[in-house]
Every structure is written in C-alpha cells, then in structure tokens.
Design a protein around this ligand. Structure first.
Ligand code: BGC
Length: 696
C-alpha cells in the first residue's frame, strides 16, 4: 500500500505473496451474467474477477459502457445515455471525448464498478457493421485519437479502462468464425494504426481481443497481434482480456499473449491452466506476467488506493454533459436556401413526422445498450432494456421544438401512413421528417438503405411540402435517394439523453452546428469494396448465415478504407468524410509549411454573421514511392470565431501518420521526398495546397 512505489513494483510485491491458486483465480472470471451462480460480491456487470482480500487486492467489477454504463437497472439505478461514439467522433473534439470518458468513469464509480469495458475502435471498413455506432469512424488517426482521449477520461476517475475489439472485428456477420485476411502493411496502416494511436494516448488498463480469426488464428491466441504487435511494438503494459467466449485454448492462448479469459465459463484458464503451469507447458514466468499486467493496471488506475464509492448518479450533470457532446456531434449535411436555422419568433405551422419524435430518441443495441429510465419510452416495461431491440429514450423532439417556438402550431404524426403524413405536411409551412436506422451488436444491416419504407415516406412528404427537413437518427451512413428533393438534412446519430434539447438548439440556431462526418456517406451499396456485407450474400443453398460455418474474408481494399477507397477508385460519395456545414462561412488562407518542425500554419476567418466553430482538416498525399493513390488525414483543429474574426492555426504533422509500414524491415519508415499537403473543410475540398519536403 506504499503509494510512493511504482505500479510495477507494487504488483511484483503482491505476486511475491500469491499462491498458485490465487494467481490462477486472477486470470479468469467467474462466469457469464447474473443468471449464473457467481460470487455474491459481483456487482452484476458483464464480468467479475474475485480479488484477494488478504492482500488488499479488490475484486474487479467490469461494466459494459460503450455509450454509458450498462445494466444499471439490475441494481434499480440510473445511468446516462451518451451520444453514440460515432456521433461524438463527428465533433473531432479530443476534449469532448475526454469529457465523454469522464462521465463513464464518474458513473461507473457511483454504481460500484472499477472497470469500464468500452473503448471500441474498430474502424468503419464495413459501413453496414451493426456496431459502427459504438466505434469512432473510418479514419485510424481520428478514431484512435478520439477513443484514446475517451479512455483517458475514464481513467481520470480512477476506473480501469479498455480498448476493443483487437483486431479486425469489422463486421458482426459470422464474427466468431470469420477468418480475416489482410496483408501486414495494410493492417498496420489501417485497423491496427487506430489501436496504436488510441493505446498510445490512453495507456489503457486492458485491451480486449476479438471473436474473429486473423490470418488463420483466433485473435485471442494470435501471436502476431498480441505478442508481436500489441505488447512488443505498441509497448502495451496492461492486460489482454478475451472477448466474452473468445478464448479457444489454454497453452496456445497463454503463450501467444492472452492474459485473462472472460467471462470464465469456457474453462481454459482455470484448472487446465494450473495443470499446464505445473507440467511446465506454460512457464511460471508467463503466469506471473499475466498477473503482473492485471495488478500493475489496478495500481496505475488507482482502483486499489481509490476504490469506487457508491453514490447517487447525478442525472442532471450527466444529461448536461450528454447534451453538450451532442451539440458538437450533430452534422448539418444540407441547408438549401438557408432553411435553417428556424426563427423562434415566427408564428408558423410545423409538421413533425415519424420515428416516435413525439416521445423519444433511438439508442443502439447489444452490449452497448444503456437501460432507458422508465423503460423503452415507446413500450414501457420495468427492468433492464432488452438486448438487440430498438430502445427509445425519453427525450422528446416534439416537446423541445414546441418550447423553442411557442407561437407556432407544431403537430406530430407517426408516419406509418405516408399518405396521411404527406397530407399533414401539405397543410403546414414546414415539415420535419425523422428517420431511423436501428443497429445492434450481432447483426449487420443488409443494406445502407433506410429500413421500413422510410425513403418513400420522405419522398411523399417532400412532394407535399417544398420546405422539408430530414433529421437522421442512424448508426452510421445511410443512402438518401431523396437528397435533391429536401431542403435540409441534419444527422444526429443516436443522440443520447440530451438529444432532443441539442437538436432543438441546432434547429433554432441557439447552437451553430460544427460536427463533421467521421464516415463517408456513399451513394449506394454498389460503391463499397464489398457491395454485399461478406457472409450476408446468399450462398448456393440459399443460406446466408455464416455463424456456424467458417469462412475467409479477404479485405482486397487493403488500407483503402472509407474516403481512401473512394479517392483511389475515383468514386464520388454522397457526402465526403469530414463534411459538415455551419450557419456561418469560413475563409482559409496563407498556408505555410515548416519542413523542419513539420508544421503547417494557416489562417481561418469567419466571413459570416454569427459565431461559429470550424474544423480545419489537413490531409497529406505521400511521395510516389509510397505507392498510395489516396491522401491521409494527418491533423486537424477546431477553432471558434466571432463574425469577422481571424485566427492563425499551427497544425503539427506527426511523423507516424506520414509513415509507411515497411514489412521486410518490420518497422515504420518515413520516406524522403515531397508530400502534398492540402487543408480544407472536408476530405472533398482542398482549399489550400503546399508541399512538405522530407530530407533523406
Ligand atoms: C461483446 C463485448 C462485450 C462483452 C460483454 C461481447 O459479446 O463483443 O463488446 O464487452 O460481450 O458483454
């Protein structure tokens, strides 16, 4: 308990006192879920590892918490639903991500958990992946930065943090049987780079290995992923925890880098591991290393010195934080004739249509599901919110739009009947159609099209009323066949418990939108590297379910993920990565490169009539020797400007983000040559150009 010693020293002192049985007890959980017979001390979260009271080592109580603390309802308690992390990534705001993580850490503590197992950073290689909403988009640097800051926020509250799912768990279809094939250079420059960036920033307590196989080995017994890359190259000091049921062996897993089996009832790391250690198949030094990694992370995060103190979650502070994050995350995609912002003083008539916008907002499903207070607002039942269903939270767009525009007549219609919806729209001055794309773990969307005939609903309303605005609540990109027919498009993602207030503030201009897409919005599925999600395409016998039949998935697009794929294959997206509008306008000027410091200086001016925040994005195309036909996001900065105000920005180009992974040398290489630097408001618009020279 001497806090003057380092976490590593303290861990080793504890290990010196531990028996073999205690060590074994520490490297696996006690079983799946509350339905099983688990230790009475468990807090009812996704995972439980009993501590060692005689050595003052506390239990590890793990909670799922991708977008807020899960399973609070089991304890009859409340937790804040934050916007989806994909939404929050659209803020490009590392401070916002830190705040996001601190909300999770704060509420985990209050609910008695000392470990959060969120931190998803699998990049959006498959835009129909059911879990994209709990990740951070398609770019490894943006996703890694945002997720790293988020997990730093978790740790700031003395709660252990996690980054997952390592690695290449980019789709849910066949997730436990799919064998992902991707060349090393592409792997390191895309999916694994996102982890490298996030882990470098967060120094997380744990990294969760994924369900799938990579190049023939399951991720949780994959020497290249765990030993060579994560532990050696990324210098990761924490522990590797298996995804739930993703352990497949004892000796192979232990030797190839897995440190802890969860939830523990597959029985590889209990008696069989003890025997393997006694037989000498797994050296005692390796078992000690596993335990060391767990203990040192407990000391480093402070869960030994500052254990959680149960208290009342502050729902008001949580809601305010969620709203603030959402206000930065909403992306304004279209604003023809400046239909937005709406004027609060106007006495007008507004038709609100669809997606239960009278009562609530949609959330994402699966192990990220936060329990809705009062139950699903469209079908309230007491208790935890069911896994994998469309759960709506009580944040009513109708209520807050009415509050913003007290003189207007605001009417709601559910949108189930497009003719009736069009009739109401035609009788009003303005129509706002809400559309939803429910997404959940364990299921990919078959297509990027909106489900349930919502495209037809939008078309019908837009035909009836030229002043139509569409508000999207989606897990990721969707196609928009009606894009030319509506005046306004607002993407609010799964917006969290402050969603309706945030939306009303954006619609009425109390907050100027500043979010920019963290994913490309394609025009159609046909433009994707895999026009059908692999494993969902029908096979000869008509079956499309690969969950039980192993299959190989070759990612032929390599590192060309998202905007890189669109650029390399000369495709035009519907909306490019990094795109988002504001109610004001910005001018970019004076790009200057410092070759020595590898910085770019430029000036941004607010040329409009209201305060606004711009995100300046810097992309770099490598010299031809890199053999890349796309540019990479390398740096960005958010800047808030009053009307007429100018600011000078300095963006730093991290050499890692400019490097290629040299496979024969097994190392990153910064090639000498000329790097084309472009700066602008999105990946689709290069307003300033210059060259960075890198000398040999
Ligand atoms: C998910 C993980 C989650 C775990 C525990 C798994 O099915 O893939 O993300 O943390 O369950 O609920």
């Amino acid at each position: 308990m001497n806090t003057a010693l380092s976490p590593d020293q303290r861990a080793d002192m504890v290990i010196g006192q531990m028996t073999l049985d205690e060590k074994i007890q520490f490297v696996h959980g006690t079983g799946w879920g509350i339905s099983n017979v688990i230790d009475a001390r468990s807090n009812g979260g996704a995972g439980f590892v009993p501590g060692i009271p005689r050595l003052h080592i506390p239990d590890i109580n793990m909670t799922d918490s991708a977008v807020g603390i899960c399973k609070a309802a089991i304890q009859g308690r409340y937790a804040t639903l934050l916007p989806s992390t994909l939404g929050a990534a659209a803020s490009w705001d590392p401070d916002g991500a830190f705040l996001y993580g601190s909300v999770i850490g704060r509420e985990a503590r209050a609910l008695g958990f000392n470990m959060s197992i969120g931190g998803g950073v699998d990049i959006t290689r498959e835009p129909r992946n059911g879990r994209n909403f709990e990740y951070a988009g398609e770019d490894p640097v943006l996703a890694g930065t945002m997720t790293g800051e988020l997990e730093r926020g978790v740790k700031s509250e003395h709660v252990m943090s996690d980054i997952k799912h390592f690695a290449l768990n980019d789709q849910e279809t066949g997730r436990t049987v799919v064998n992902v094939l991707l060349d090393k250079r592409s792997m390191r420059e895309s999916d694994l780079l996102a982890f490298e960036v996030a882990i470098g920033i967060a120094e997380p307590s744990a990294v969760m290995c994924s369900y799938n196989l990579v190049e023939g080995d399951h991720a949780c017994e994959n020497d290249y992923l765990l030993n060579q890359t994560l532990k050696k190259d990324f210098h990761f000091k924490g522990w590797v925890v298996s995804d739930w049921g993703a352990t497949h062996s004892t000796v192979k897993s232990a030797l190839n880098g897995l440190d802890q089996e969860m939830p523990g009832d597959d029985n590889y790391f209990n008696a069989p591991l003890k025997k393997a250690v006694e037989d000498g198949q797994v050296p005692m030094t390796r078992l000690n290393d596993m335990v060391h990694r767990i203990l040192r992370s407990m000391f480093a995060a402070g869960v030994v010195d500052n254990p959680p103190i149960r208290s009342v979650v502050d729902p008001f502070r949580g809601r305010d934080d969620a709203q603030r994050i959402e206000e930065e995350s909403i992306v304004l995609l279209k604003n023809s004739g400046n239909i937005l912002p709406l004027k609060a003083s106007a006495a007008t008539s507004i038709a609100l249509i669809g997606s239960h916008a009278d009562v609530g907002v949609l959330s994402g499903g699966g192990s990220a599901q936060v329990d809705a207070p009062g139950g699903n607002v469209i079908d309230p039942k007491p208790g935890p919110s069911p896994w994998g269903e469309s759960i709506y939270f009580p944040s009513s767009p109708l209520r807050y739009i009415r509050a913003k525009s007290p003189q207007s007549k605001v009417q709601f219609i559910d949108g189930k009947d497009a003719v009736a919806a069009a009739k109401l729209a035609g009788s009003c001055n303005l129509a706002i159609v809400f559309v939803t794309q429910p997404m959940t773990e364990a299921k990919d969307a078959a297509t990027l099209s909106l489900p349930d005939n919502q495209d037809a609903l939008v078309e019908a309303v837009a035909k009836a009323n030229p002043n139509t605005i569409v508000v999207l609540e989606t897990g990721g990109a969707v196609t928009m066949p009606w894009v030319q027919d509506v005046k306004g498009i607002v993407e609010m993602w799964y917006p969290g418990i402050g969603g309706a207030q945030a939306l009303a503030n954006i619609l009425f201009g109390h907050v100027n939108p500043s979010g920019k897409l963290a994913v490309t919005f394609p025009k159609s599925d046909a433009d994707l590297p895999h026009p059908t999600a692999p494993g969902l395409e029908p096979v000869s016998n008509g079956d499309s379910h690969h969950e039980v039949r192993p299959f190989d998935l070759t990612y032929t697009a390599g590192a060309e993920v998202g905007y890189k794929w669109f650029e390399a294959t000369h495709r035009q997206p519907l909306f490019p990565f990094g795109f988002g509008l504001s109610y004001t306008t910005f001018a970019y000027s004076g790009l200057q490169i410092d070759n020595h410091a590898r910085t770019a200086r430029l000036t941004i001016k607010n040329t409009g009539f209201r305060e606004g925040t711009e995100i300046a994005e810097l992309y770099v195309a490598l010299p031809s020797a890199a053999l890349e036909n796309y540019k990479r996001l390398v740096a960005w900065q958010r800047v808030t400007l009053a009307p007429g105000e100018s600011k000078s920005l300095t963006l730093t180009m991290n050499p890692l983000y400019l490097s290629i992974f040299d496979v024969p040398k097994d190392a990153w290489q910064l090639l000498p040559g000329d790097y084309k630097v472009t700066v602008g408001p999105s990946s689709g618009q290069a307003l300033l150009k210059a060259t960075l020279h890198v000398r040999p």
